[in-house]
Design a protein around this ligand. Structure first.
Ligand code: NAD
Length: 487
C-alpha cells in the first residue's frame, strides 16, 4: 500500500520538493510498513513558504470578509464530498480506525471551515461614544501565522488553525507533525480548488527544527502549536523572544468525576470515550476517573463488560473500534507506563497486554487498559500517558474530589457525571480547567472555545475567541470638535 503524495511540501499553490531535505518516512501504524517517503523542509523551503505567505497576505486582508468566508465554505463542501477518501488517508497516516476517521476528522475540519467562513463577516470592532468625539476599534489580521500540528488529529489541527487565521485575513505556513504529514497536503489542494489565492496556505514538512525555524522567523507574526508541554515551553519562549503572538494547545491529565447518582451507562460511555477513543491519544482525555464509593462496584462491573467488547484490529475494517498507537516510541512509552502502574502497586484490572493480531504483527497495538486501586501520587495518575490507559480512583465527598481533581499541573479539561444539576455546575465552577463537560465527554464543536488552564496552554482554538487570537486591535479616536491645546 502506498500513500505517496505528489511532493513533500505545498507552497504558493503547488507541490514542491527539495530532495536535500532530511528523509521523512511515513509509517502505517497498523503494520509498521512504509507508505510514503517525504523530505523535511530545507532552510530554502522554509524561506519559500514564508515569502509566499508574506507576498499573498496583504491583498487577501483587503478583501471583504464575506468573500474570504465564501472560499472557506466552498472548501468545507469539498472536504465533505471527499470525506471517505480523506478519512482513509488519515487512517493510514494515524492508524485510527475508519469508524472514527469517517465521522470525526475531515468532518471536524469541514465544520471549522464552515463556522469561521460564516461568522467572520459578523465579527466586528466596537464603537465607543465620548459624547461628540467617538472612537472605534478595528480587528486587523496579524500577517503571516505559523501552525504546528500534533499527530493525533492531523487534518483537524490543520483546519482549526488555518480556518480562523485565513478568515481573519492572515496567511499561514503549516507544519504537520513528522508522524502524520499527509492530510494537510490534501487540505492545501482543497483550498486551492475552492479558490484560495496561492500563497495563503502553505504546508512544509519536517521535525522539530523546522518548527523552530518557523517559530523564530522574523516575518512570522504568530505561532500556534498543538503538542506536548515541553515542546510548548520551547516554542512559547521562541515566540516570546521575538515578540510574536502565540497560542499553545498542550497536554493534560484531566479528571472525570462520577457521582453516585449519575446515569450509569452514560457515565461509563463517557469514561470510555474519555480514555479509549483514538487509542487514548487525545489531549483532553479524562484519564483520572474519580468514582464515588456508592456506585463504584456497579461502575467497574459494567465498565469491564463493555471494555471487553471493544473490537481491536485492522483500522480499515469498518467493524474495528480501536487501532494501534502512532509509532514504536509511543508504544514503548505506553507499555512502559503500564509497567510503572503495576510496579507502583495499582491493580491491573483489565488489559495491559499487547494483542497478537494476525497480519498486523508489526503494528503498535496495546489493549484497552484499566487500573484500579490508583492513588493520587502514582505516576500513572500524574503524568500524561497518551494511550488507552484509564486510572480509576474512588472518592467519598464532593469537596474532597474537587481538591484532588485540581491537584495537577495541567488544566486542559474536566468532566462531571451527575443527575444533580446544581452540583454539576457547582463542581465544574471549582475545577481549574479550560474545556469542561457535564454529562458528556470530549465533544469539541467549532462554536465552543477549546483550550487549557495552567500548563495545558495559552489561548483558545475554535469560536470567536480564535478570531480574536488571529487578529490585533486597532483603536481609532475621532475628534468632532476643535483641538484644545495649551500651546
Ligand atoms: P510534540 O510536542 O512532540 O510535537 C508537536 C509538534 O511540535 C510537532 O509538529 C513537532 O514536530 C513540533 N516540534 C517539536 N519540537 C519543536 C520545537 N523545538 N520547535 C517547534 N516545533 C517543534 O507532540 P506530539 O507528540 O506530536 O503530540 C502529542 C502531544 O500533543 C500530547 O502532549 C497531547 O496532549 C498534545 N495535544 C494537545 C492538544 C490540544 O489541543 N491541547 C491536541 C492534541 C495533542
Amino acid at each position: 500500500m502506498t500513500m505517496q503524495p505528489k511532493a513533500s511540501h505545498y507552497i504558493n499553490g503547488r507541490f514542491v520538493d527539495d530532495e536535500q531535505g532530511q528523509p521523512l518516512e511515513v509509517i502505517y501504524p497498523a503494520t509498521g510498513e512504509m507508505i510514503a517517503r517525504l523530505h523535511a523542509a530545507t532552510p530554502n523551503i522554509v524561506e519559500l513558504a514564508v515569502e509566499a505567505a508574506r507576498a499573498a497576505q496583504d491583498q487577501w486582508a483587503r478583501m471583504r470578509p464575506a468573500d474570504r468566508g465564501r472560499i472557506l465554505r466552498r472548501a468545507a463542501d469539498l472536504l465533505r464530498e471527499r470525506n471517505d477518501e480523506i478519512a482513509r488517508i488519515e487512517t493510514m497516516d494515524t492508524g485510527k480506525p475508519m469508524q472514527e476517521t469517517t465521522v470525526a476528522d475531515p468532518a471536524s475540519a469541514a465544520e471549522a471551515l464552515e463556522f469561521f467562513g460564516g461568522v467572520v463577516a459578523g465579527y466586528h470592532g466596537e464603537f465607543i461614544d465620548f459624547g461628540g468625539p467617538f472612537a472605534y476599534t478595528r480587528r486587523e489580521p496579524l500577517g503571516v501565522c505559523v501552525g504546528i500540528g500534533a499527530w493525533n488529529y492531523p487534518i483537524q489541527g490543520a483546519a482549526w488553525k488555518s480556518a480562523p487565521a485565513l478568515a481573519m485575513g492572515n496567511a499561514m505556513v503549516f507544519k504537520p507533525s513528522e508522524n502524520t504529514p499527509l492530510t494537510a497536503l490534501a487540505l492545501a489542494e482543497i483550498y486551492t480548488e475552492a479558490g484560495l489565492p496561492d500563497g495563503l496556505f502553505n504546508v512544509v514538512q519536517g521535525f522539530g527544527q523546522v518548527g523552530a525555524a518557523l517559530a523564530s522567523h522574523p516575518v512570522v507574526a504568530k505561532v500556534s502549536l498543538t503538542g506536548s508541554v515541553p515542546t510548548g515551553k520551547k516554542v512559547l519562549s521562541l515566540a516570546g523572544s521575538h515578540m510574536k503572538h502565540a497560542t499553545m494547545e498542550l497536554g493534560g491529565k484531566s479528571p472525570l468525576v462520577i457521582f453516585d447518582d449519575a446515569d450509569l451507562e452514560n457515565a461509563i460511555g463517557g469514561a470510555m470515550l474519555a480514555n479509549f477513543y483514538s487509542t487514548g491519544q487525545i489531549c483532553s482525555n479524562g484519564t483520572r476517573v474519580f468514582v464515588q464509593n456508592g456506585i463504584y462496584d456497579r461502575f467497574l462491573d459494567r465498565l469491564t463488560e463493555r471494555t471487553k467488547k471493544i473490537v481491536i484490529g485492522d483500522p480499515l475494517d469498518p467493524d474495528t473500534q480501536m487501532g494501534p498507537l502512532i509509532n514504536a516510541a509511543q508504544h514503548e512509552k505506553v507499555t512502559g507506563y503500564i509497567d510503572i502502574g503495576k510496579a507502583e502497586g495499582a491493580t491491573l484490572h483489565h488489559g495491559g497486554g499487547v494483542p497478537h493480531l494476525q497480519g498486523f504483527e508489526g503494528g503498535f497495538f496495546v489493549e484497552p487498559t484499566i487500573f484500579t486501586g490508583v492513588t493520587d501520587d502514582m505516576r500513572i495518575a500524574r503524568e500524561e500517558i497518551f494511550g488507552p490507559v484509564m486510572s480509576v480512583l474512588t472518592f467519598a465527598e464532593e469537596s474532597e474530589v474537587i481538591d484532588r481533581a485540581n491537584d495537577t499541573e495541567f488544566g486542559l479539561s474536566a468532566g462531571v457525571f451527575t443527575r444533580d444539576l446544581t452540583r454539576a455546575h457547582r463542581v465544574i465552577a471549582e475545577i481549574k480547567a479550560g474545556s469542561c463537560w457535564i454529562n458528556h465527554y470530549n465533544l469539541a464543536p467549532a462554536e465552543l472555545p477549546f483550550g487549557g488552564f495552567k500548563q495545558s496552554g495559552v489561548g483558545r482554538e475554535n469560536s470567536l475567541a480564535a478570531l480574536s487570537h488571529y487578529s490585533q486591535l486597532k483603536s481609532v479616536y475621532v475628534e468632532t470638535g476643535d483641538v484644545e491645546s495649551p500651546y
